[in-house]
Design a protein around this ligand. Structure first.
Ligand SMILES: N[C@@H](CCC(=O)N[C@@H](CS)C(=O)NCC(=O)O)C(=O)O
Length: 213
């Protein structure tokens, strides 16, 4: 199995974290470094990372879809709780992350360079991000895991997002921590590093970000 991956991409990091927790070996290929754009597009018309390629050649894009496919194919250790409400909460946290946190983070990322910065968009994106952090905090319980006291696909989604939530203000010259206003999210962020796989993904993202700066 191959994962078309980029170490800094929060979507790729979500899948890597799932693979690390499940102990599944997968070959990592960075298509932006190692493939011609047309060759990558021929594999997946979306031409985005992550994309999973099975040994039979079948290619599946989209981080959430990849995580759910792998969860079904490799159910142990399980990253989806059996309780329906907890399972729904895993999906809800993934949706809050994808729709309401990664969207403003993507806008902010596109406005880091002051020479092309749209000030109004930056202000609006920070406001959206702070609102979504409040929504997220509502669904966390202040423990070191997002749902059910153990690793789940919600943690796989959340850790890479919170990595950027913590780093993005510095990229705009602000020395604030957006988590400080959210007690349960702060406690979550402190506790989740007890998981070795989380440390591994965090270090990969950190070193990729340093390489970019
Ligand atoms: N919804 C997708 C988003 C994937 C995505 O936007 N990946 C970015 C990297 S963070 C990408 O490959 N961008 C390249 C491009 O859009 O050309 C997912 O969950 O996998």
């Amino acid at each position: 199995m191959k994962l078309y991956n980029n170490d800094l991409s929060p979507f790729s990091a979500r899948c890597r974290l799932m693979f690390y927790v499940k102990g599944i070996d997968v070959e990592m290929v960075d298509p932006f470094a190692d493939l011609e754009p047309d060759a990558f597009r021929a594999l997946t018309p979306l031409a985005k990372v992550p994309a999973l390629q099975l040994d039979d050649g079948w290619v599946l894009p989209e981080s959430e879809t990849i995580c759910e496919y792998i969860e079904q194919m490799h159910p142990e250790p399980s990253l989806l709780p059996s309780d329906p409400k907890e399972r729904a909460k895993v999906r809800l946290i993934g949706r809050i992350g994808d729709l309401y946190m990664l969207a403003p983070l993507t806008t902010l990322f596109g406005n880091i360079d002051p020479s092309v910065r749209d000030h109004d968009k930056v202000v609006a994106a920070f406001t959206e991000l702070k609102t979504a952090l409040g929504w997220l905090d509502n669904y966390l319980d202040g423990s070191g895991h997002a749902v059910g006291g153990k690793m789940s696909l919600a943690d796989c989604a959340l850790v890479p997002i919170l990595f950027f939530v913590r780093r993005i203000p510095q990229m705009f010259g602000k020395s604030i921590c957006l988590l400080d206003a959210h007690e349960k999210t702060t406690k979550y962020w402190q506790g989740i590093f007890d998981e070795p796989a989380v440390n591994r993904v965090y270090e990969e993202m950190d070193s990729a970000l340093k390489g970019m700066q």
